[in-house]
Design a protein around this ligand. Structure first.
Ligand code: C5J
Length: 222
């Protein structure tokens, strides 16, 4: 059993063999200029700080032998899994499926949908493509976790208040003990990130816990 005494709002205990790291959507489409994030008017450089914390988390998790899952938000080339409401809402400079500098926006198999090179999946790690914001929607994630008897999830990725928070809430409702890694997630809106950290751990961990990648690495090395 591993334990993070000073996780918030109180100590978090987890058994490494029953714990998975879930890295949400650390894709070029969100973190690099010319992708989906920028088409929506965001400053993508605001997500860069999360790379270091996510790398630290992955390094510690790989050494400890944790199950590692990466997700990618993207759609089939024929857009059959993209609801029109998602594609047509608002006035982005490019819409999902339009050609951009990193290939078609948010489409599976295009360069923009790749995970950024610094955080690329290692051989044997699981990569799940998801059409929604939540990683449990229209994917086999829950069945996969249950088949491996996973009970605890450590979350990293972007953006904190959209795909990370949605997935964490989906997981919490399914009974997983969830922890959000504070320095391994970022938002285009820094205030939203801080709000999510507070929302997660408020009311006696109503969604889950938070701790830093350094705290997790220390717990895993004990
Ligand atoms: C967004 C995500 N923000 N991965 N996707 O549209 O958070």
């Amino acid at each position: 059993m591993s334990r993070i005494d000073d996780a918030q709002p109180f100590a978090y205990e987890f058994t490494p063999s029953r714990t998975a790291v879930v890295v949400i959507d650390m894709q070029r489409d969100f973190l690099e200029p010319g992708g989906f994030g920028e088409t929506l008017g965001n400053d993508v450089s605001l997500l860069a700080p999360a790379i270091e914390g996510t790398a630290r988390l992955l390094n510690a998790a790989r050494h400890a032998g944790l199950l590692i899952i990466h997700t990618r938000e993207c759609h089939k080339p024929d857009l059959s899994d993209c609801p029109p409401a998602k594609r047509t809402r608002g006035a982005p400079t490019l819409r999902i499926g339009d050609p951009g500098p990193m290939g078609r926006i948010l489409i599976a198999g295009e360069p923009g949908s790749d995970i950024i090179p610094a955080l690329a999946a290692h051989p044997g790690e699981i990569v799940i493509d998801k059409p929604g914001k939540g990683a449990f929607h229209a994917t086999g994630l829950d069945a996969l976790l249950r088949s491996r008897r996973i009970t605890h999830l450590l979350f990293a990725g972007v953006t904190t208040e959209v795909c990370v928070q949605t997935t964490m809430r989906e997981a919490n409702d399914r009974g997983y003990e969830c922890l959000l890694v504070e320095d391994a997630t970022d938002s285009y809106f820094p205030a939203f990130k801080q709000a999510v950290l507070q929302m997660v751990r408020a009311q006696s961990a109503i969604v889950g816990w938070t701790a830093s990648s350094t705290q997790i690495a220390a717990a895993l090395s004990e």
